[in-house]
Design a protein around this ligand. Structure first.
Ligand code: FES
Ligand SMILES: [Fe+2]
Length: 346
């Protein structure tokens, strides 16, 4: 999958939460590539291909010794750079074998996540996406981890999709109002950004608590290549805010793990929100897990996607055009930036 991913591999992908990485091997799969991660006692995090270069046993089943990972089969030992530093069967004759190296992945620890660079041909040429943690003590946040049985493209489209909220999340997130929503959709070089001009839109199960003063809500959805969505609900002039940012890590063609950052600033409701929001957001995400699962199964059954679109699907078509261009290796002309006004009913 990594080989067929074209330019999509030349990005940072979230491998795990920072706090998940301790002094023990952790196995992850990204673009069908097995990776072992661990942290030394000094706190240095490392990511190697999960494949010993001797007889290919998975290093993730081994142990950590003095900051090195030790293969479970014949105990070859690798340092954080992936260099083999000890072969027990060679005794003192360590120079008899060439210095074997296991592929090392560039790694950055930022915003509570361990990011791994999956590019093989080029070194990192960009920073990982900056997750919006909030810039003051009024902001709070937490991560949710969810496994979806669908691909990244369908997931980012789902996270940006308003029309499904009145059916999949009926009564939980948004209810049908039978109103028209003027919407601006813009495709840039690397993103798709949507602004909804529905000042009286409401979300959540208890609008009176989320937005007791009935301040106008600004809703924007943004997709950033190749796997990130950010959904902002801003009340008034940032008096209150609720932001959902999702970074999708492809495991295999129809399996994706999503790290969702919930950031909120809800004034006196913060203390209660810290307790009830994790339950509420889990319920809503599980509803998406269900619809993504059954859509994914159908897509695999029918092999070839045949999507019919209306103007409200323009955002999806923009997303698909950017991802497909990168997947094809960037050889074709890049989709041009464009902007479109639409309206849809909700
Ligand atoms: S397979 Fe790893 S040491 Fe032999
Ligand atoms: Fe949803």
């Amino acid at each position: 999958m990594r080989e067929q991913s074209g330019l999509l591999k030349n990005y940072w992908y979230a491998a795990c939460l920072s706090k998940e990485l301790k002094n023990l091997p952790v196995r992850r799969e990204i673009l069908e590539t097995p990776i072992v991660l661990w942290r030394t006692e000094e706190g240095i995090a490392s990511a190697l291909l999960d494949r010993c270069c001797h007889r290919n046993a998975p290093l993730s089943k081994g142990t950590i010794e003095n900051g090195c990972i030790v293969c479970p089969y014949h105990s070859w030992k690798y340092d954080v750079e992936g260099c083999c530093v000890e072969i027990p069967s060679e005794g003192p004759n360590q120079n008899r074998s060439s210095k074997s190296i296991v592929e090392k992945f560039p790694l950055v620890e930022r915003d509570g996540l361990i990011w791994v660079w999956m590019g093989k041909d080029i070194l990192p040429d960009k920073e990982p996406f900056s997750m919006p943690l909030g810039d003051s003590s009024q902001w709070h946040h937490y991560y949710m981890i969810t496994l979806f049985d669908n691909n990244v493209t369908n997931l980012v489209e789902n996270f940006m999709d308003v029309p499904h909220t009145i059916s999949v999340h009926k009564g939980w997130f948004r209810s049908e109002k039978k109103v028209s929503v003027p919407t601006i959709i813009e495709r840039t070089e690397n993103s798709v950004e949507i602004t909804y001009n529905q000042k009286n839109d409401t979300i959540g199960f208890t609008e009176k608590i989320l937005n007791p003063k009935g301040l106008p809500m600004t809703h924007t959805d943004k997709f950033f290549m190749p796997n990130i969505t950010r959904v902002d609900y801003i009340f008034g002039n940032y008096e209150r805010a609720f932001v959902i940012t999702s970074t999708c890590t492809p495991i295999s063609p129809y399996k994706t793990i999503v790290y969702t950052l919930i950031s909120f600033k809800l004034d006196w409701f913060n203390a209660i929100a810290k307790i009830i929001l994790p339950f509420y957001t889990r319920k809503v995400i599980d509803q998406d897990v269900w619809i993504m699962d059954i859509q994914g199964k159908n897509l695999q059954k029918f092999k070839k996607a045949e999507f019919m679109s209306t103007s409200v699907d323009t955002m999806h078509l923009y997303i698909e055009s950017l991802i497909e261009w990168a997947q094809q290796g960037g050889a074709n002309p890049k989709p041009k930036p464009m902007k479109k006004d639409i309206d849809f009913w909700i």
